[in-house]
Design a protein around this ligand. Structure first.
Ligand SMILES: NC(=O)C1=CN([C@@H]2O[C@H](COP(=O)(O)OP(=O)(O)OC[C@H]3O[C@@H](n4cnc5c(N)ncnc54)[C@H](O)[C@@H]3O)[C@@H](O)[C@H]2O)C=CC1
Ligand SMILES: O=C(O)[C@@H]1CCC=N1
Length: 265
């Protein structure tokens, strides 16, 4: 089987590799990263071998995932651009870098898949937006890409012009959800609930509410209305959230990450 390689083995690559280990064997993969000790630890824990250099990793992989921070990409381009060929499939998870930036950075003769996953991939519940030029890839490659991205959660094919927006919906949004869970727990602790119980209840409420959106197909507003009894307790909280600019803050956060994409290169 063609090898899947990773350059960079941090939060996201570890999450993706964990998913892939359910579908592929450790010998089907290879990786390289910046710290020898960390590489040895990952190899010990997963059985996935590591390469001596990024160039060596790139040489051995048919599917090569670039999983370093955007700021490190130019350096990695320099190390691998004489090694990669158009027979390989280059997969980027970097924010801000377009298919054309990546192709150019790698010397112009490569085929690139741009994706935006998120950290819930670590528990098999990732959400990844993916884009590529379908005409450039074989059916076998497309099937492998589907297997790869669905091994750690859900994937949706999107047009490249939407990829920076997808960053808000998939990549960044878990941070906002954790902030919401933390704040909700703080509010409950303030009124007497034990801290750990508050986290468990808040997290389960988020999980259940997300399932309601996905499984009932109902509009989120309708689901919210089902919770708000007339003259009840929830609508008091909804009014307080509106006063605090809850929805407007989230929309502004999406604008902030959308704009930041343009300043990452
Ligand atoms: N963390 C997140 O929630 C998400 C991150 N991303 C993207 O994933 C990419 C990686 O992000 P994280 O995993 O969060 O970062 P990270 O900092 O956890 O991992 C980056 C890895 O690259 C390694 N590295 C640094 N310099 C290197 C070099 N010259 N050669 C090889 N490896 C090198 C580091 O040792 C580290 O293991 C970024 O491009 C980011 O935009 C995408 C979606 C979500
Ligand atoms: O903060 C970032 O830039 C990365 C990309 C999306 C989530 N984390």
């Amino acid at each position: 089987m063609a090898k899947i390689g990773f350059i960079g083995m941090g939060n996201m690559a570890t999450a993706i590799m964990k998913g892939l280990l359910k579908e592929f064997s450790p010998e089907d993969m290879i990786f390289s990263s910046a710290h020898e000790e960390k590489m040895e630890q990952v190899t010990r824990e997963t059985g996935v071998p590591h390469a001596g250099s990024n160039a060596e990793c790139a040489r051995q992989a048919k599917y090569l995932v670039l999983a370093v921070k955007p700021q490190v990409l130019p350096r990695v381009f320099g190390e691998i651009k004489d090694v990669v060929t158009k027979d390989q499939v280059i997969i980027s998870i970097a924010a801000g870098y377009t298919i054309s930036d990546l192709t150019e950075g790698l010397g112009g003769q490569v085929r690139v898949v741009r994706s935006m996953p998120n950290t819930p991939a670590m528990v098999g519940e990732g959400m990844t937006g993916v884009c590529y030029d379908e005409a450039l890839f074989t059916q076998e490659e497309k099937e492998l890409l589907h297997t790869l991205f669905t091994s750690f959660g859900k994937m949706e094919l999107v047009e490249e012009r939407l990829m920076d927006v997808v960053g808000s919906a998939s990549g960044c949004s878990p941070a906002y959800v954790y902030m919401f869970i933390e704040a909700l727990a703080d509010g409950c602790v303030k009124n007497g609930l034990p801290r750990q119980m508050a986290y468990r209840m808040a997290a389960q409420a988020v999980l259940g509410s997300a399932k309601m959106v996905l499984e009932t197909g109902k509009h989120p507003g309708e689901l919210k209305d089902m919770v708000c009894s007339p003259g009840g307790t929830t609508i008091e909280g909804v009014a307080a959230l509106e006063e605090g600019g809850f929805r407007s803050s989230i929309i502004k956060a999406c604008d902030a990450n959308y704009e930041k994409n343009k300043r990452l290169k």
